[in-house]
Write a new protein. Sequence first.
Length: 140
Amino acid sequence: MRFECDAYDYPRDECRRLVLFASRGVSKRRVSVWIGPRDAGFSGWAYRDGRIRLRLGPKGDLRPMVAETKTLRRAYPDIPCGSWRDVLVFLAAHEFRHLHQFRYWGGAASEQDADEHAIEMLNRWRAETGRRPIEAMVYL
């Protein structure tokens, strides 16, 4: 896995460790992860060629992650994140799940499956750091 971190507020080595944790169970063969800055909020994209792009807002911006489209917002509840580390684990796990879907599901991408996987990985991360899990997501 190739890894680049251009988000200057975030420690590169810790970001790499969190991405590796979030990607457990998903092949990292021919994968390139880039983490960059964003003025506010957080976002992520996975591409069929193995690229993952994650953008992190300021460390103090810990409002829940919210879907940016009306269609998704109906079924995609806010994700409570207690730290930037939670955000990064969730985003990375979600996008790595999309890579898995692209490779093994014939190209189909499921947001619900990616979210469920990301919640599972976030709860594992929270358990390893001695914190309570978050509530399971409910899709309408």
